[in-house]
Ligand binder design. Structure first.
Ligand code: OGA
Ligand code: MN
Length: 282
């Protein structure tokens, strides 16, 4: 008797300017046959949701390899086995949990490096009873919708980013030792508008954005706040409410993201893998 393996591949947009869901099966996803299409959707939609795809850690790692170069966490041995990284506020599960608290505020991953990661892939392993959604916004769409004259002005600007700026959001009165430790990571000056190889342009903002270079401190802060408010307007945003087994990919080069509030002891656990960056901020 002939058997046919039905493959499922249904793509639906979830919001006008960001996000789509792909309903598929593990086999199709892991085959690598859809790599090109997925990479295209990462760029055009920013966020891809695979509802309740329920990949195991091994499958998530294998899937990540089909999309690009598997990125290792800082400090993790490259010679070692590829692993998923636990995103949790529980220090017993992740000893670096306190650093992850910056994730409650809009950010791009890796602004302290000149070549930020291309994308993150995150699966829900345990949910918080309340909160713990993930918000995303499309920084391409937000830039493209600005008036032409303003775009030209913004393209001239550079912004100093510092990790300590994002840490102050959750630890506003740090010890001197903490501040010195955060500051030892240094600073990174990035263009406010990223001119990608494709010719498209996106805003580079987020919790590490400290000061527009050469601009009065008050004006700089007002501009960064105004642009964050603009980029995160509902028309450029999507909030993902997680179900167990969901997996989400975000293109870290054309989006910002944040977690919504959840209790540190809620048990929420995400398993994350990442794709190595392929294009420097420019
Ligand atoms: C991250 C992150 C948000 C979340 O893993 O980089 O910001 O909802 N996560 O856990
Ligand atoms: Mn993040």
């Amino acid at each position: 008797m002939a058997t046919t393996t039905a493959t499922r591949w249904e793509i639906t947009d979830v919001a006008p300017n960001i996000g789509c869901t792909i309903r598929t099966d593990k086999q199709t996803l892991l085959s690598g046959a859809k790599t090109k299409e997925i990479r295209g959707l990462m760029e055009s939609r920013g966020v891809i949701v695979f509802p309740q795809i329920n990949l195991t850690d091994e499958e998530q790692i294998a899937f990540t390899h089909t999309l690009g170069t598997f990125a290792h966490e800082v400090g993790e041995s490259k010679a070692g086995m590829d692993t998923v990284y636990p995103i949790t506020m529980d220090p017993r599960v992740n000893p670096n949990a306190s650093y992850l608290r910056g994730a409650f505020f809009w950010h791009i991953d890796g602004t302290m490096s000149d070549m930020p990661i291309l994308a993150s892939i995150m699966s829900a392993r345990a949910l918080a009873k309340e909160g713990g959604e993930t918000d995303f916004c499309n920084t391409y769409a937000a830039f493209e919708a600005l008036p032409e004259a303003e775009k030209r002005e913004l393209e001239k600007l550079k912004v100093v980013h510092a990790m300590w700026r994002s840490q102050l959001y959750h630890d506003p009165e740090p010890s001197y030792a903490s501040m010195k430790l955060w500051q030892s990571i240094g600073r990174n000056t990035l263009p406010l508008v990223w001119k990608h190889r494709t010719g498209r342009k996106s805003l580079v903002l987020g919790a590490t954005a400290l000061q527009v270079e050469g601009m009065d401190m008050f004006e700089s802060e007002a501009l960064l706040v105004r642009l964050r408010e603009w980029a995160t307007r509902p028309e450029y945003s999507y909030r993902h409410t997680w179900k167990l087994g969901d997996m989400v990919i975000w293109d870290n080069t054309g989006t910002m993201h944040r977690a919504t509030h959840y209790d540190y002891d809620s048990g929420r656990l995400m398993h994350r893998t990442k794709l190595e960056g392929e294009e420097a901020f420019a």
